[in-house]
Design a protein around this ligand. Structure first.
Ligand code: URA
Length: 433
């Protein structure tokens, strides 16, 4: 079998066989297929696409390139959730304790931030002493005892994806639906949960720019998940504006705790409850209406806050943060920007906000791999709100006045205030079951 022929087949829209796909994935992961050949094939996929069957086989071959987790020692149905990436997306930190409070099991591996999008692991690491590396036995034990455990996706899971993703990043081949599907689903399948809920984002701050594109990706991922025998669903959600009020690691944890304490409620709360209800349904806890009520009760009763504290303590973190938010890091300089005129907020461009936060040090860049855990922005209003002139719009946190000034200028341009309100766009566009 020659890689040259496989590149040509994909370029000519001739489907590859299972053996050819396995040859390609195995050969590239093992080093016998060089980067330039794999790059050519990835570009052929970007331009010509793959069939559903090819995408499924590519996903399975990538899943099988490394170790697969066995979660059968968990005392019930395990359920995982994956977000395709967003700005201010801290839903995992809310849904894990909510679902666990309702008797579900969330044994979850998460990643670090990628580009301008945040990562759950970075957010958790902003909690003093929180450990994201547990061995398999402790991971299972904690899931059985508490109902939720979130650790860093380490070990030899999907080495094919690690290598292919790095190459895609360098060859302008990231935004291809079959490649995104195989990358995400190979990892989700290797992580071993019985059920998978996919939160597929669309909008300025997402890979998929329109809900229609997101729907194609979501349907494909659900299809592949089902082919693998998993109970898989997807929710397509709006990522035009940041999720919730905070963007930045410790600031987002603070928002999560305030929400779990019942002090704030916004569109993030509603999305987290909707996602929790889907995960509980996948776990067999009842129909969607019953599960939504269970999730609501877990939140409002304080049970989910208690679960969150238990998870922090079990993973070595300082659980006192749930009572004392000042234990979380906060950057030394802050700057608040107010509305220059009366009007309605019609847009908060999430990608621009993400990039501004990256500039503040809230995420990693090629030049700076270290994160300022206390940096970021907190919005005081959301899209649709009326703001009178002089009303605070957002507060930026950073290490220096200069960094805060640059971020404020960028975020000012990302926030549009107009005389008339914009048409409200629902948070959830579609649910695929
Ligand atoms: N996230 C992934 O893990 N892979 C992709 O290809 C895109 C987003």
């Amino acid at each position: 079998m020659q890689m040259y022929d496989l590149i040509q087949k994909t370029r000519r829209l001739e489907p590859l066989t299972i053996e050819e796909i396995r040859f390609l994935v195995g050969g590239y992961t093992g080093g016998s297929i060089p980067d330039y050949m794999m790059s050519a094939w990835l570009m052929a996929v970007c331009c010509q696409g793959l069939t559903v069957e090819e995408t499924t086989e590519l996903t399975f071959a990538m899943r099988d390139s490394g170790q697969c987790l066995d979660l059968s020692a968990v005392n019930g149905v395990t359920v995982d959730k994956h977000s395709t990436g967003g700005i201010g997306d801290k839903t995992t930190l809310l849904v894990a304790p909510i679902v666990a409070s309702c008797g579900g099991y969330v044994a979850k591996m998460s990643g670090r931030g990628l580009g301008f999008t945040g990562g759950t692991i970075d957010k958790l690491e902003s909690i003093p002493d929180f450990s994201v590396t547990l061995d398999r036995e402790d991971f299972i034990r904690q899931t059985n005892q508490i109902g939720c455990c979130i650790i860093y996706q380490s070990g030899n899971l999907t080495p094919a994806d690690k290598k292919i993703y790095a190459l895609r990043n360098l060859t302008a081949t990231v935004d291809s639906i079959p490649l995104i599907c195989s990358s995400i689903m190979s990892k989700k399948l290797a992580m071993g949960a019985d059920g998978i809920l996919l939160d597929v984002k669309y909008g300025y701050g997402a890979f998929m720019k329109t809900p229609e594109e997101a729907s194609v990706l979501a349907n494909l991922m659900v299809d592949v998940g089902k082919q693998a025998g998993r109970n898989c669903r997807a929710v397509i959600t709006n990522m035009n504006a940041p999720l919730g009020s905070a963007v930045g690691n410790a600031l987002e944890v603070k928002e999560v705790i305030q929400m779990l304490r019942g002090e704030i409620r916004n569109h993030l709360t509603e999305l987290s409850l909707a996602l929790s209800a889907q995960m509980l349904t996948i776990s067999g806890k009842g129909d969607i209406i019953t599960c939504r009520q269970m999730a609501e009760k877990a939140l409002t009763s304080g049970m989910a806050l208690e679960k969150f504290a238990q998870m922090i303590e079990a993973q070595g973190g300082n659980a006192k943060v749930v009572e004392n938010l000042s234990l979380l890091p906060e950057s030394p300089v802050s700057r608040t920007i107010s509305a220059r005129s009366d009007g309605f907020i019609t847009e908060i461009h999430s990608e621009e906000v993400g990039l501004a936060c990256l500039g503040l040090g809230a995420g990693r860049t090629a030049d700076n791999p270290n994160i300022d855990m206390g940096a970021g922005v907190v919005f005081h209003h959301f899209v649709g709100d009326y703001v009178p002139k002089g009303e605070p719009l957002f507060t930026v946190y950073g290490q220096t006045e200069a960094l805060c000034q640059i971020a404020c200028n960028r975020i000012m341009k990302a926030v549009r205030v107009k005389e008339a309100p914009a048409v409200a766009i629902p948070m959830i566009y579609q649910i695929i079951e």
